[in-house]
Design a protein around this ligand. Structure first.
Ligand SMILES: [Zn+2]
Length: 235
């Protein structure tokens, strides 16, 4: 039949395991936060993508303007060739209009070409960044997948430990359990500790002979470390 302090010591082992798992879960959650370099990379790719889109729009717009002007030129040219205009003034006016349209067309063509060249130039920087982003996102997603699996495993482990703990706690002296729980909160998760070479294993202070050599676990009162106040168990 285990004594109260032995039962508390067993409970302490379970609580230490639970604490370690909780710490590992927290660490795992931190590890799956999106890395800052990936966030920055995504932002760079996003803003470059907007620039590229706007260059494409400029090019498309200029090209459609070229098309409209070309149609006007062709219509004017047809009129000129039709022989319907007989007044030399009208003919001269139409010719001058065609010349003006030709110059407008050249300006639009230059604009379209400039947008295309700038697009292609920036694409040399943009494409490698897109590839890098895909690669880094893939790596990060893999990391997240592993972490999720690990977290699920830890959650299951924790659930089992919680179950075992409540079974053991239900079979325990309520007063002893209360003292234990309070110490656990105040003493950084360690309420019961062992003695090695007449020293407390939690705070490492050497214990007075009366404490270190007290009768083994027999008495109903608990031994406490005079230095850190934790319960002591002689093993
Ligand atoms: Zn101590």
């Amino acid at each position: 039949m285990a004594t109260d302090i032995e039962k508390l010591f067993d409970l302490q082992q379970i609580d230490l395991k639970r604490l370690r798992i909780v710490k590992r879960v927290k660490k795992s959650l931190v590890s799956v936060r999106e890395p800052i370099d990936l966030i920055r990379l995504r932002e760079s790719v996003g803003s470059m993508s907007e620039e590229q889109e706007s260059l494409k729009e400029n090019q498309t717009l200029a090209e459609s303007q070229v098309k409209v002007v070309k149609e006007k030129i062709a219509a004017n040219q047809d009129l000129l060739n039709s022989g319907r205009l007989t007044d030399p003034k009208d003919i001269a006016a139409l010719q001058s209009q065609i010349a003006e349209l030709e110059s407008t067309k050249s300006a639009y063509e230059e604009r379209a070409l400039a947008a295309l060249l700038e697009f292609e130039d920036k694409n040399k920087q943009y494409q490698p960044l897109v590839e890098r982003l895909e690669e880094r996102t893939g790596e990060w997603e893999e990391l997240r997948r592993c972490a999720r699996e690990e977290q699920e495993g830890m959650a299951a482990e924790l659930k089992e430990l919680n179950r075992e703990r409540s079974v053991r706690a239900s079979d325990m002296n309520k007063d002893a359990l209360q003292i234990y729980e309070e110490l656990l909160k105040r003493k950084n998760g360690i309420a019961v500790t062992t003695i090695t070479n007449s020293s407390c294993d939690a705070c490492f202070m050497s214990l007075p002979t009366s404490v270190a050599t007290a009768p083994r676990n027999g008495s109903s009162t608990y031994l406490h470390c005079p230095s850190c106040g934790r319960m002591l168990i002689q093993r």
